[in-house]
Design a protein around this ligand. Structure first.
Ligand code: ADP
Ligand code: ADP
Ligand code: ZN
Length: 231
């Protein structure tokens, strides 16, 4: 008997849409591997690797790191994940060349993306969210300032020794404005690539975290039912 295949997802949306937040919930619930290109870059940065040094300037300015670096890093990471486990990509692909490279690499392994979940949020709300975002230095889980007190959590709830919470260097007003404009120019057109393949599902992202989570679960259930009825 062949082993069941794990679902392969892309979590798509602008910076601050809630991709990392939703990935965390899906990981807890379904055990799917979370592959975030931004987290991979920040890992390289904190370890002082050559790749991290190369990425630093682009990241701080809110520009895309060049494809020659980014594509290999993400494809290598996906290659370490078994077909049975499945994965969700967060922050990748971010332009047409990355989407093409991903499709080719998966095809070579007899794999394909099952669903692209597009979380939609307007720029004004994204700017508000990113200016209130804090993340855990150890596991990179996103948090927000408390809506009433304006205070961020002191420690990470997931890290045994209570990982340190900090604000990203690129969540500044200038870098955020740059990231949003690059999103609209280079990343949003990739939606059409997936729409043509019948893989795209849109979710309104300006609802509670829990409501978005349930909308994602409904989409995954429908995708799963479609796969089973085909086989
Ligand atoms: P956000 O959570 O705001 O969407 P990420 O953590 O995904 O940001 O990415 C942070 C930075 O890392 C980006 O601004 C960019 O410099 C770099 N980066 C992440 N993913 C990619 C990618 N797929 N292509 C190029 N650069 C990327
Ligand atoms: P992305 O990975 O898409 O850049 P994050 O998951 O890091 O986005 O979320 C950005 C910020 O918005 C974080 O501070 C997070 O706590 C907050 N956030 C995420 N989802 C929601 C939501 N549905 N409503 C309000 N705030 C949210
Ligand atoms: Zn943590």
């Amino acid at each position: 008997m062949t082993e069941a295949r794990g679902i392969k997802l892309v979590l798509f949306g602008p910076p601050g849409a809630g991709k990392g937040t939703q990935a965390q919930l899906l990981k807890e619930r379904l055990g799917i591997e979370h592959v975030s290109s931004g987290d991979l870059f920040r890992h390289h940065l904190s370890n002082g690797t050559e790749l991290g040094e190369l990425a630093r300037g682009y990241m701080n300015r809110g520009e895309l790191v060049p494809d020659q670096v980014t594509i290999g890093m993400v494809i290598d990471r996906i290659g370490q994940i078994s077909d049975a486990q499945g994965f969700m990509l967060d922050g990748f692909p971010r332009n047409a060349a990355q989407a093409e490279a991903l499709e080719t690499a998966l095809r070579e392994r007899g794999q394909a993306i099952d669903k692209v979940v597009h979380i939609q949020v307007d720029d004004g709300e994204l700017i508000r969210r990113l200016s209130n975002r804090y993340i855990c230095r150890a596991c990179q889980r996103p948090y927000a300032r408390d809506a009433e007190t304006g205070v961020p959590p002191a420690k990470c709830a997931d890290c045994p020794d209570g990982g340190d919470i900090y604000q990203r260097d690129d969540d500044t007003e200038e870098a955020v404005a740059n990231r949003l404009s690059i999103y609209h120019q280079e990343t949003a057109p990739v939606l059409e690539f997936y729409r043509q393949r019948g893989l795209l599902a849109d979710i309104p992202g300006e609802q509670t975290i829990d409501a978005v989570h349930h909308a994602v679960l409904r989409i995954l259930d429908a995708a799963h039912a479609a796969t089973v009825s085909k086989s």
